[in-house]
Design a protein around this ligand. Structure first.
Ligand code: B4P
Length: 210
């Protein structure tokens, strides 16, 4: 039984915790600053970080069966199939012992993943508090990712792969906005400017909801 489920069975203190949990979906194109802002949000709100990109890179580095399968998709800048990502997320969520909530960084990226997350949370009497999309111009995204590629050697930060990741985002991930818009959870945030200015805007949006 997962940690979140067991909390549900342990009386009012845990029920109270659950009702105050903050679950943020941090969404946006590659290079929009999801990872950067997640680090700051985790510190401020005491949340667990669930980055599907980070988990997949770790699977790849450890040459696990999932990592071997994901490698080709990631190297092209395509999405890893929903079934594999969802299975991976279930395992990860069930491994957390305690939390004020989660930052879902780079997940969901398809409507199928969004539907899964809603069901998974609803089954545990939980919900997404809000979905924040970081909005950044195309040229700025490319500039940031090329710079990161130079600094870190991350292999998918290469121009043709970056362009494909942005196309994939526009075609396959953008419809996720509509999913959360219908639920009145969607908040667009300008993702240009200094890291601290963007963080301030995100915190204002979160604080207005909690
Ligand atoms: P991710 O790791 O999620 O890669 P990403 O979308 O490029 O986002 P990332 O977090 O790295 O970048 P950020 O916006 O923080 O995914 C990698 C791959 O994994 C995908 O292509 C896909 O194949 C697979 N995958 C992951 N999740 C999946 C899912 N749910 N389903 C299917 N497949 C999945 O940008 C950070 C860069 O911008 C940094 O260099 C930072 O320093 C810079 N930056 C941030 N804020 C800035 C600012 N204000 N000014 C200047 N630079 C800034």
């Amino acid at each position: 039984m997962g940690a979140i489920q067991s909390h549900l069975l342990r009386g009012w203190i845990f029920t109270k915790n659950i009702s105050t949990m903050i679950n943020i979906v941090l969404f946006g194109p590659p290079g929009s600053g999801k990872g950067t802002q997640s680090e700051k949000l985790i510190e401020k709100y005491g949340l667990n970080h669930l980055s599907t990109g980070d988990i997949l890179r770790s699977e790849l580095a450890n040459s696990t069966p999932l990592g071997k399968k994901a490698k080709a998709f990631m190297n092209r800048g395509d999405l890893v199939p929903d079934k594999d990502v969802i299975e991976m997320v279930i395992n990860k969520l069930d491994s957390y012992e305690d939390a004020n909530g989660f930052i879902f960084d780079g997940f969901p990226r398809t409507q199928e993943q969004a539907r899964f997350l809603r069901h998974h949370l609803t089954d545990r009497d939980l919900r997404v508090t809000l979905m924040i999309r970081l909005e950044v111009a195309h040229e700025e995204l490319v500039k940031r990712l090329l710079l990161r590629g130079e600094k870190t050697g991350r292999t998918d930060d290469e121009i043709s792969i970056i362009e494909n990741r942005i196309d994939v985002y526009l075609q396959q991930s953008e419809p996720v906005v509509e999913f959360y818009e219908k639920m009145r959870k969607y908040v667009p945030i300008i993702g240009a400017g200094t890291i601290d200015d963007i963080f301030y805007r995100i915190c204002q949006a979160i604080d207005a909801r909690i």
